[in-house]
Design a protein around this ligand. Sequence first.
Ligand code: SAH
Length: 347
Amino acid sequence: MNRTDLKNLTMEELTAVVTGLGEKKFRAEQLFNWMHKKQARSVAEMTDLSEAFRKKLAEEFDYTVLEKVVELVSEIDGTRKYLFRLQDGNVIESVRMEYHHGLSVCISSQVGCRMGCSFCASTIGGLVRNLSAAEMLEQIYSIERLGGEKISNVVVMGSGEPLDNFDNLIRFIGLLCSEKGRNLSHRSITVSTCGLADRLKELADLDLGINPAVSLHAPNDEMRKQLMPVAKRYSIKELMEAVDYYFEKTGRRMTFEYSLIRGQNDTDACARELITLLKGRNCLVNLIPVNPVKERGYERPEGPNVQTFQKKLEKAGINVTIRREMGSDINAACGQLRRHYEEEAKG
Ligand code: SAH
C-alpha cells in the first residue's frame, strides 16, 4: 500500500514522475490540471492523456478519492455534514456551511486526535493516523463535486490537530493555493491549533498569509490543564510568546477560541483574567457555547450568560464574536458523527 499518491505531489515532483516515465514535461501540467482544477475522480477520466500513460499511472500510483458514507442536510440553514470513507476504510467528518459571504468547508486533519481535550469527541479513541495532503484536499474537492459549486473558505477545524500533522498540512496548503490548481487564496484558509507553541512559531516563520487561530478555553494554566492536556506541555506564557511571535512575523491577527462551559470557565473571575491576559493584543475572541458531549457531562451556559461574558470583554476593548451555531438540527459536535458510526459498526 505504500505507493505514492499522485494527488500529494507538487508540480515539480509530478514533473519528475512524468519525465521518469518517459513522457513529455507538459503532461505533468495536464495531470495537475485534471487533479486539482477539474477534480477528476480517476486517472481514467483524463482523456487527453494516452491510454498507455493512464494505465501506467493507475498501475504504479495511488489516486485518493473519498467515498461519501453519510450526508446530513440541515433544514434550518443548509449546513451539510459529511462522513467520508478513506481508502483504508477509516472514516472522517467534514462540514459545509453557508454564510452570506460564501461557502465554507471545515475539514479534518487527522483520523482521531491525540491531544485529549476533555470536551472534545474527536479525541476519545485517540489518534488513528495523520491524513495525507491528498485526503485533506479531497474533502474539499468531494464537497465541491457533490454540490456542483465552489467553496470560498476553508477552516482546518475538524477532527485532529493540524500542527501535529505539520508537513502534510503545509503540503496541503501549498497544493490548495497553487495557481495551476485549485488556486484558493491563503487569506481564505484558517488553521486552528490547540496550542502547540513551537509548531506555531514554525508556522509563523513560513509566513503563508493564512489566518491563525488558537484554542484557549481557559484564562489560566490551572484551569487550562484540566481541560487540555497540551497545557501541561506549554504554559499560557509560552503560548502567548508564540502568539506574539506569530503576529510580529506575519502581521496576521490571532483568533482565540474560547468554548464556554457552564460553571467552569464562564465565571466573572474568568472574564476578568481573560481580559488581563489579552488586553492590548491585536486579536479576536470567538466564544463557542460548548457542544455537549455525552461522554463528558459538560453543559453550555444559559443563553444570556454568553452575552454577558461577551459584553465584559467588549467593555475592556477586546474584539469578540459568538460562534453562530450552524445546522443545529443535524448537530453533532466535532467527531461525534464518526464516533456514532464506529459504535454502530461494532454493534
Ligand atoms: N485541534 C484544533 C482544531 C480542532 S477543533 C484545535 O484544538 O484548535 C476546533 C475547535 O472546536 C477548537 O477550538 C476546539 O477546542 C473546539 N471544540 C472541540 N470540541 C468542542 C465542543 N464539544 N464544544 C465546543 N467546542 C469544541
